[in-house]
Design a protein around this ligand. Structure first.
Ligand SMILES: NC(=O)C1=CN([C@@H]2O[C@H](COP(=O)(O)OP(=O)(O)OC[C@H]3O[C@@H](n4cnc5c(N)ncnc54)[C@H](O)[C@@H]3O)[C@@H](O)[C@H]2O)C=CC1
Ligand SMILES: O=CC(=O)O
Length: 334
């Protein structure tokens, strides 16, 4: 098989093509162009195209499926995976993999790939944009101008300078590394916590998140959501960051104790927040909507056509590699 960008192979009957099963929410229509690209190489089975409910569809077609595309953040639980006894590969269209039952995959020896490498630049840009927006009050100032307040109220309140800020990174992985590259160039002082100290990184490693927060003006949260990282940004961490401190989250909503964060922001005991992700998406705590020192985006850190295209390339090439017995491109270590 040729790669997704290589010359097309000679035409084959559809029944002869390897099967790829698509797992998605019916509303995930952005998958349609990807499906069209997959159909050039594979027979694509999508329960959303069938009149059967998903369980009946999988009970009927699932036994021989070796490879599955988990598109978007649709949960992939064990009871769905149980219907796929021949499954060897799950290709995930996102960087985050917390919506897939990884314990099941590990136990059954199923290989998992994700799309972290294709999404990291946009995610890093977005995190930096949120931090600058909170510090310099850009969105709030935009509202001020549009509301006609400038001629009436006069000068806008001062923002805060980015250069010289101490920024603590929670999770120095693919995205975290992109963030520190950008922030170091902008004159910030970086420290980080991660599962372990990175030997080749020139920034200070602080293993304890509370200690990291007490030594930072802003925390950027970009680690995976696991049992161990749920509410890693606890009330204690936010209090250590202090009332001038800013928290930015481009990871997952449940990395922060959202209820406590809202209380601290409302009481002015936390300086500000830039949030792309929330505990109960798409619901956002209504108190946050009133706060000028909070910037909210709808889990859109990586929603650019360029990143979507890069994710599609990665997905197609992973499936082609799998069915050609070649090394996969973005295997996750489970
Ligand atoms: N808002 C959005 O649209 C996006 C969100 N994400 C989220 O960002 C997360 C991170 O993505 P990548 O950087 O690509 O993942 P990655 O796997 O490359 O890096 C994750 C880093 O977190 C660290 N980590 C793990 N456990 C930790 C802990 N207990 N404390 C501190 N650090 C810990 C790891 O050591 C690793 O360095 C994803 O899992 C996903 O949930 C990713 C892309 C877009
Ligand atoms: O949230 C998005 C992802 O890629 O993970």
């Amino acid at each position: 098989m040729e790669s997704s960008t290589g010359a097309p192979q000679s035409p084959r009957m559809e029944e002869e093509l390897p099967v790829v099963l698509v797992h998605r929410r019916p509303s995930a229509t952005f998958v349609i162009p990807l499906k069209a690209r997959l159909q050039a190489h594979f027979r694509v089975l999508d329960p959303c195209d069938s009149a059967d409910d998903s369980h009946t569809f999988l009970a009927r077609h699932g036994r021989s499926v070796r490879a599955l595309l988990c598109a978007s953040l649709a949960p992939l639980p064990a009871d769905t995976l149980e219907l796929l006894p021949s499954l060897e590969l799950v290709v995930i269209s996102t960087a985050g993999i917390d919506h897939v039952d990884l314990r099941f995959c590990r136990r059954r020896g199923i290989t998992v790939t994700n799309a972290s490498a294709a999404l990291a630049e946009d995610a890093a840009d977005h995190a930096v944009a949120l931090l600058i927006d909170v510090l310099r009050r850009i969105t709030a100032a935009d509202r001020f101008v549009r509301a006609g307040s400038w001629p009436v109220k006069g000068e806008y309140p001062l923002g805060s300078k980015l250069r010289g800020k101490r920024v603590g990174i929670v999770g120095l992985g693919t995205i975290g590394s992109g963030i520190v590259k950008r922030l170091a160039a902008l004159g910030c002082i970086i420290s980080y916590t991660s599962r372990s100290k990175k030997p080749t990184v020139p920034f200070a490693y602080i293993g304890n998140v509370v200690e990291l927060a007490s030594n930072s003006d802003a925390l950027i949260v970009c680690c995976p959501l696991t049992q161990g990282t749920h509410h890693i940004i606890s009330e204690e961490v936010m209090r250590a960051l202090g009332k001038g401190g800013v928290v930015v989250n481009v990871g997952r909503g449940a990395l922060i104790d959202e209820e406590r964060m809202v209380e601290l922001l409302v009481r002015g005991e936390l300086g500000g927040a830039g949030l792309d992700v929330f505990e109960n998406e798409p619901d956002v705590p209504k108190e946050l909507l009133e706060l000028d020192h909070v910037i909210l985006t709808p889990h859109s850190a990586v929603t650019t056509p360029e990143s979507f295209r890069a994710v599609e390339d990665l997905i197609v090439d992973n499936f082609i590699a799998f069915f050609s017995n070649k090394p996969l491109l973005s295997v996750v270590q489970l």
